[in-house]
Ligand binder design. Structure first.
Ligand code: NAI
Length: 480
């Protein structure tokens, strides 16, 4: 029986390993983590992450061929294949601060693998890492090998949160990079055999190590670039009276461009896009390619511009001040169908409004109060560390309340900001909301989910990203 161990029981390690266990009953999978609370949650009925379909998969395999444990060393020792899916935060200090990846967790995982191994192993990079990380890891492993053979593979993960299980069941592609030596090719084949149990052969791509590592960074940069492109257009649409939905539909029907990832919004978030682009920028700079670095940096700059443009629009519409006004925030997760708040645009929007002294009442169907308070007081990049190493939030903050109902959030509010595209926000009783708000009542739709005409009929002043502006908003221009 092939034994797999995955170090890191997070958004990637948990779902990917659960699906491998489900699809490969003859493989034994152990997911290990240094966070006791995370492992306890994986072993309970309340999994540590919300992902549609995940509960079902875990329930089917847990205790049979899927195990969650804090006994990292035992499971690494027993494994034939070790996946490493630990945090790769952006460095906050020293060389490359603010851009380069901090490989502390990766390096400590690699050293531990070298220490406890007594048999040959395949070590698989599942985390997104800078190009040539595998080479560094290989050096750590081989210098500490004691005669054991390690083969390094890069197998970056392309799942999207919110649709992770579907993506894993039916991936566009699985990418495996390895050394171009006979041993490297043998290792690739062994991992290929695992995926081939449910992924069609033509969708399993094999490359050299560096191509696999770079492909992951490139794919995220391309995806984020599409969002920044349409968001840049949304600003121009507002200035000219064009409608970004119509423009993006017209653009996306070109088969060379395609319709996906062309929704204008308050900005992209999630743990990967910004981090991976910063990483790419750093690699370009280190390789003497400042023009290429600048090109990709612009994707992040437009994303930041979009968030501050949104805040400015809110403040300027409400007579240039939101001091002591109650603003309801609907949605805090970085996208629908996940409870993940890492780099969510809601953080910057809320911080911007708090900076202007607003009072916030926040509702998200999947994010806890503790998480929201923590996110609003955490420093940039602090979130990407194991949970027990993150700073805790101050006990309470009067300016921010978190409630469990959209109507409670909007009661007596002056304005509503929709920051996540949760389906339930489309079918709220906006008349009821309007009746309980202060007038004039505003809706700022950062995800273009509401029927703006209907809301205007009710009496709201509506701002929808990239759509023709209400006369009210035209009279109060917001400059970012
Ligand atoms: P995460 O923060 O949810 O999980 C990482 C886990 O690793 C944490 O639970 C932490 O306690 C654990 N850990 C850290 N050091 C450890 C060690 N030495 N031994 C044992 N456990 C350790 O992160 P997530 O989202 O799962 O991401 C992991 C990697 O995958 C990152 O490199 C990320 O960029 C990449 N990725 C993330 C995607 C996503 O959608 N979240 C998609 C594709 C890749």
């Amino acid at each position: 029986m092939v034994k797999i161990c995955c170090i890191g029981a997070g958004y990637v390690g948990g779902p990917t390993m659960a699906v491998i266990a489900l699809k490969c009953p003859s493989v034994e999978v152990a997911v290990v983590d240094i966070s006791k609370s995370r492992i306890a949650a994986w072993n309970s009925d309340q999994l540590p992450i919300y992902e549609p379909g995940l509960d079902d998969v875990v329930k089917q395999c847990r205790g049979k061929n899927l195990f969650f444990s804090t006994d990292v060393e035992k499971h690494v020792y027993e494994a034939d294949i070790v996946f490493v899916s630990v945090n790769t935060p952006t460095k906050t200090r020293g060389l490359g601060a603010g851009k380069a990846a901090d490989l502390t967790y990766w390096e400590s995982a690699a050293r531990m693998i070298a220490d406890v191994s007594k048999s040959d192993k395949i070590v698989v990079e599942k985390s997104t890492v800078p190009v040539k990380t595998a080479e560094a890891i290989e050096k750590i492993l081989t210098h500490n090998a004691k005669g054991i053979q390690f083969q390094i593979l890069s197998n970056p993960e392309f799942l999207a949160e919110g649709t992770a299980i579907q993506d894993l069941f039916n991936p566009d592609r699985v990418l495996i990079g390895g050394r171009e030596t006979p041993e490297g090719q043998k290792a690739i084949q062994k991992l290929k055999d695992v995926y081939a149990q449910w992924v069609p052969g033509e969708r399993i791509l094999t490359t050299n190590l560096w191509s696999a590592e770079l492909s992951k960074l490139a794919a995220n940069a391309f995806l984020a670039q599409r969002i920044s492109s349409v968001n840049a257009m949304s600003a121009l649409c507002e200035a000219t009276g064009a409608n970004v939905k119509q423009v993006s539909f017209a653009v996306g029907t070109d088969t060379r461009i395609g319709p996906k990832f062309l929704n204008a919004s308050v900005g992209f978030g999630g743990s990967c896009f910004q981090k991976d682009i910063l990483n790419l920028v750093y690699i370009c700079e280190c390789n003497g390619l400042p023009e290429v670095a600048e090109y990709w940096k612009q994707v992040i700059k437009i994303n930041d511009y979009q968030k501050s443009r949104f805040v400015n629009r809110v403040v300027s519409s409400m007579f240039n001040t939101v001091a002591n006004k109650k603003i309801a925030i609907l949605g805090f997760a970085f996208k629908k169908d996940t409870g993940d708040t890492r780099e969510t645009p809601a953080i910057d929007v809320c911080k911007g409004l708090l900076g202007d002294k607003a009072r916030l009442s926040i509702y998200d169907p999947q994010v806890t109060e503790d998480q929201i308070q923590r996110d609003l007081w955490m420093n940039k990049f602090d979130w990407d560390h194991p949970i027990h190493l993150q700073p805790t939030s101050p006990t309470t903050e009067k300016k921010v309340s978190v409630v469990w109902d959209a109507y409670e959030a909007t009661k007596d509010a002056d304005g509503v900001c929709i920051l996540t595209e949760w389906d339930e926000f489309k079918s709220l009783d906006y008349q009821r909301m309007y009746d309980n708000m202060r007038k004039p009542a505003f809706v700022f739709d950062g995800r273009n989910v509401v029927d703006d005409d209907k809301l205007r009929e009710i009496g709201f002043i509506v701002y929808s990203i990239g759509k023709p502006l209400d006369p009210w908003l035209k009279d109060m221009p917001a400059v970012a």
